[in-house]
Design a protein around this ligand. Sequence first.
Ligand SMILES: Nc1ncnc2c1ncn2[C@@H]1O[C@H](COP(=O)(O)OP(=O)(O)OP(=O)(O)O)[C@@H](O)[C@H]1O
Length: 333
Amino acid sequence: MSSIRIANLYKNYSALPVLKDINLEIETGQFVVFVGPSGCGKSTLLRCISGLEGVSAGTLAIDGKMVNDVAPAERGIAMVFQSYALYPHMTVAKNIAYPLRIAGVSKAEQHRRVEDIASKLKLTDYLHRLPKALSGGQRQRVAIGRAIIRDPNIFLFDEPLSNLDAALRVQMRLELTTLKSQLPNTTMIYVTHDQVEAMTMADKIVVLRAGVIEQVGTPMDLYDWPQSEFVAGFIGSPKMNFLTKSHANPFQAARIGIRPEHLTPQDGGPWSGRVTHVEHLGSDTFVYLDLSGDESLTVRLDGRSPIAAGDNLTVGPKGPVYRFSPEGRTMAA
Ligand SMILES: Nc1ncnc2c1ncn2[C@@H]1O[C@H](COP(=O)(O)OP(=O)(O)OP(=O)(O)O)[C@@H](O)[C@H]1O
């Protein structure tokens, strides 16, 4: 068991409030992702859960037991950071086994556990190498192996993939998802800037903004039912289009939003303009449309499109049009 309950949590640095009235429940075995813009408090919340930071007010409980005053090492938590430090003179096997060696676990047991973890993390062929002979992704897997060998109930990741190149990030993303399925009782919390990572890995996403929780939900809840313009703009790639004034008036709202993939060429559709750029990605095409009043739309079309820069184009919705109040809250459909 490794559920987490956070109630009315505040964290200040000197007089600066960084987390404000955080309330969050995480069930055993969930993979929860914290997303939000730089400085919104993601890492601070993770560090409060780990015990590396104390909280200023509120309660933090693991499996129903308040842990505010429990030392980090006693919380059953392991943490992996973006900058992981492997011991350069030790082989992969020795790096992974290190926490067990320190704990005085027998050689035979160390060997058994290292073999088991290496097979989970596809490191079996690299156990005798030194870290300098590994790729970035392999080194990050060793760091993860060293963290999971202690059998933590809760695993915290702070942007573990941000130092890797794009292709390796995708590969590691899939491997972390596999790892999660192999550890069904381990609760995982993952901090990232990358909303694609959040969408593809999370059971539950927590969107933070300026120290408060803006919305919590499954990836598809947040995509389909963003409660605010902030969440609507944060989740989804390419980003949701926002329109105002005459482009929003027909929908009886000051401001509306529509996702690029929910627009389609449509005679008599509500939005017309001139195509400024076209990007062909092979699988789909992004069309950029200039509307009157200095507003613009990104349109995502399936497959290849004959539309070219300079064309006039009229588009309409084939999916939801979100309406926002002047305060940026989503209004009922
Ligand atoms: N030790 C500290 N002392 C003072 N202020 C801090 C400290 N650590 C973080 N902060 C401030 O708290 C706020 C939240 O920082 P935090 O690192 O949690 O944000 P984040 O959402 O993880 O950002 P990023 O995505 O850029 O890593 C920031 O304004 C930051 O400057």
